[in-house]
Design a protein around this ligand. Sequence first.
Ligand code: ASP
Length: 358
Amino acid sequence: MSSIDLKATQSPHILVLGTGGTIAGLAKEPVGKPLEYQAGQVGIEGLLEQIQELIPGSLKLLSKQLANINSKDLSEALLTQLGSVVRTALEDSAVQGIVITHGTDTIEETGFFLQATCGKAAQQLGKRVVLTGAMLPSNASGADGPDNLLGAIRWASTPLENCPGGIYGVFSGKVCMARDLAKRHGTALGAPLMDSPSSPIGLINPSWLSGVKAVESAWHEDLPIPQAAQWPWVEILTSHAGARSETIDHWLASQVQGFVIAGSGMGGVHEAWKIPLAKALTMGIALIRTSRTGAGRTRPDIPEKDLEGSMAAGVLSAPRARIALQLAIYAAKQAHLVGKPLTWQDFFARIADLPEIR
Ligand code: ASP
């Protein structure tokens, strides 16, 4: 039997953090209507009890409930808390690895946030932080949560000599870098949660591994984690048929600090937005352009010349570009406080230039 021991903080263990999601969801009629459920109902200890028999007796688990929410309601305050707990746990010599259960709706944001703020620490300390979740509530027949949680624990705890520590995601028996987690389908099980090639857990595919190593070696420094009240205000605006200049004008009257434009196709921005967006830049509002398609690279000056001072998002989707821009604005502010003349563009470029895993 494995041990789920809340007091085992001094002995080597895997830390399992619960944040909610469908994996912790309950359906009222699990047989007939499994999709009519409430996310974030079962505590992390309850989820671990479901798989207790399958965990090797030698493995100690320590669980902590950080939140129990539907991740559509993810807040920046929770990201701050999660990032801080992960950083502290990575430094703790008793923690061998970390598993995080999370809703799939915004796992894309959290995966990217942890890569940008804790990825280097995880790599240097040789530990794996593993995000997982589920598409079916915990009481549905054929629920995918138990398998995913077991897979995540396995990936966090199995020593694999040639695979670096880092921030990963596990779904349906496969592992990817957490920065590649994304929900690209509303209801399908498993596979649509990974944006890039993955590897079966325990059977590492060499081309995936070389991609992981390339990302890890290109990432030099973790970005600072904003305190809950210090996250810059950044909005995602989608360019679409019939876009109106009034939409941007409306935002210019607010305290917004940045826009991520989810453009059409290769990142096209509606002509009606060009003049108000140029005005936004003169007001000191940061501007990033990406694609609303959710895939492919957004290149500078394609399909049209970028507005002076704005940037293309590279491989970052709109939700990831938003987190990256928030962290870049915050990092630039911190750098100025210690006399380093770095801009948000300097920090954003470092993140957007990370290699893609193909
Ligand atoms: N709405 C749920 C959530 O993100 C969906 C899920 O977990 O799959 O919490």
